[in-house]
Design a protein around this ligand. Structure first.
Ligand SMILES: C[S@@+](CC[C@H](N)C(=O)[O-])C[C@H]1O[C@@H](n2cnc3c(N)ncnc32)[C@H](O)[C@@H]1O
Length: 243
């Protein structure tokens, strides 16, 4: 930033002075924005490097966007009682193995789909399933939609049971979803959520529908199988069929 001070009456002279300073320093005038600022009885004439100004502005906007995104994730996690932490690769693989083992086809709801990694994994691995991710945290939901679009472009999905898009992510409350409309529910939540879902599933689900829960059991339900993943935490995966 170059700044030259002088009386208001000397305006023209100061601009000439300014141009002289720029050319003395070998600076191209086009890179500068000349500024004239009135302060008290004085006129300040200066020049700022335009590229540096744009860089500062872009950096500020980027930092503000990151801050708002983090704030949104933290707020949604606090409200939901859980962060959008994805299931690990080993756990995802174990879940897709269990789905193959069920030997069924139809529609599958990922209750609390986070960044969409589990739902996308299943859409790529499990033939004959149409996947619906339900999520209420805006940023992870937007990322999952973007990842699904990219994967769709690269044609990474296996054939779906129904015509149309094999995977979709919707913004919604997982406690209000009409689970009676799907054949299989997959979730990776927390004990409080499993207590709530236990009653919801009892009221809504009909015989033959299945549930796969990562890490946490459904209180009051008898699992058909419990698989222990070979990951660091020996994560259990519970498989239920509504009787
Ligand atoms: C641990 S993450 C699981 C993500 C994904 N299913 C996976 O296994 O990789 C749980 C997700 O549930 C979401 N969630 C929690 N309560 C919810 C609610 N009431 N409605 C919608 N989503 C919810 C959270 O925002 C979070 O992203």
């Amino acid at each position: 930033m170059l700044l030259i001070n002088g009386d208001i009456g000397q305006k023209a002279g100061l601009f000439d002075q300014m141009k002289a300073v720029l050319s003395l320093r070998g600076i191209k005038k086009s890179k500068f924005v000349l500024q004239a600022v009135r302060s008290g009885g004085r006129l300040e004439i200066g020049g700022r490097n335009m590229a540096a100004e744009i860089y500062r502005m872009v950096s500020f906007l980027f930092a503000a966007a990151v801050f708002l995104a983090v704030l949104s994730i933290v707020y949604a996690s606090w409200r939901n009682g859980i962060t959008p932490m994805p299931a690990s690769r080993l756990v995802r693989r174990e879940v897709s193995n269990e789905i193959h083992r069920l030997n069924k086809q139809g529609s599958l709801a990922d209750a609390g789909s986070g960044w969409g990694t589990l739902a996308l994994h299943l859409a790529k691995r499990c033939t004959g399933w149409r996947i619906i991710g339900i999520e209420n945290s805006v940023i992870p939901l937007a990322v999952s939609k973007l990842l699904a679009r990219l994967a769709l472009r690269k044609d990474q999905f296996v054939a779906s049971a129904e015509p149309g898009n094999p995977i979709s992510f919707i913004r919604g409350n997982l406690y209000k979803y009409p689970y009676e409309t799907v054949d299989l529910i997959v979730c990776y939540l927390f004990p409080g959520a499993m207590r709530r879902l236990s009653g919801i599933f009892r009221d809504r689900l009909t015989p033959g529908q299945c549930i796969i829960s990562i890490c946490f059991a459904l209180p009051g339900w008898e699992p058909d199988r419990v698989i222990t993943c070979r990951d660091l935490y020996r994560t259990p995966v519970y498989v239920y069929t509504v009787k």
